[in-house]
Ligand binder design. Structure first.
Ligand SMILES: NC(=O)c1ccc[n+]([C@@H]2O[C@H](COP(=O)([O-])OP(=O)(O)OC[C@H]3O[C@@H](n4cnc5c(N)ncnc54)[C@H](OP(=O)(O)O)[C@@H]3O)[C@@H](O)[C@H]2O)c1
Length: 175
């Protein structure tokens, strides 16, 4: 089975490609640095030709409300259109646990918009939701002024390795 990892150059994408190959499937990484952009559609059609599954682990470097919303909407629309043309049988996307419960966050609104487009898109899909990655905690702490105060509420971050392992199971499994 040929599985295209859109943003295969990122944190999760690189780990996922290795796990898919370990399971005996072809994993092809696609991202702007590899000549494929889901935002502009550059290189998308040839990258998806012959693919059975597309895993979307794209991310946007900015959390600016309008920009991140536009990124996830345009990227998702472009991907779904290219998948429909290529006859891709399963779209797998990585989203965030509780995204729909944080409407004050522009990033979470963008992830909810991404999920809604996938649900309405017509390509068979699985949305996998992960909590924040352990690897991201330093970035979160660094994005707020000192001192950092943790809430008393329980938190359950996930290691990126575990996120990639869960995604790999979904990607190679039945839809
Ligand atoms: N961080 C968290 O705690 C967390 C929690 C739950 C879910 N998630 C989700 O996990 C996903 C992956 O996150 P990550 O941390 O692995 O990402 P990341 O390491 O920041 O990687 C970002 C990726 O997006 C690619 N990209 C940027 N613009 C693109 C475009 N126009 N077309 C295609 N690819 C593009 C980059 O490609 P280049 O390298 O070529 O620029 C890179 O591969 C995201 O969807 C995020 O919402 C994250």
């Amino acid at each position: 089975m040929s599985i295209i990892i859109v943003s295969g150059s990122g944190l999760i994408g690189r780990k996922l490609a290795a796990l898919i190959r370990e399971r005996g499937h072809e994993a092809v990484a696609a991202s702007p640095s590899l000549g494929v952009s889901s935002l502009t559609s550059e290189g998308l059609a040839p990258a998806l030709a012959g693919a059975s599954v597309v895993v979307d682990v794209t991310n946007f470097p900015s959390w600016e409300d309008a920009a991140v919303l536009e990124f996830f909407k345009t990227s998702t629309r472009n991907l779904l259109a290219a998948e429909a043309t290529a006859g891709v049988g399963h779209h797998v996307a990585l989203s965030v646990v509780g995204a729909d419960r944080l409407p004050d966050s522009g990033y979470m609104r963008a992830k909810v918009a991404q999920e809604k487009l996938i649900e309405a898109g017509g390509v068979p899909y699985t949305v996998v939701r992960a909590t924040q990655f352990f690897e991201f905690l330093g970035g979160i702490a660094g994005s707020v002024p000192d001192p950092v105060r943790l809430p008393t509420a329980p938190m359950q971050p996930l290691a990126a390795d575990d996120v990639a392992a869960g995604l790999a199971e979904v990607a190679v499994g039945p839809r």
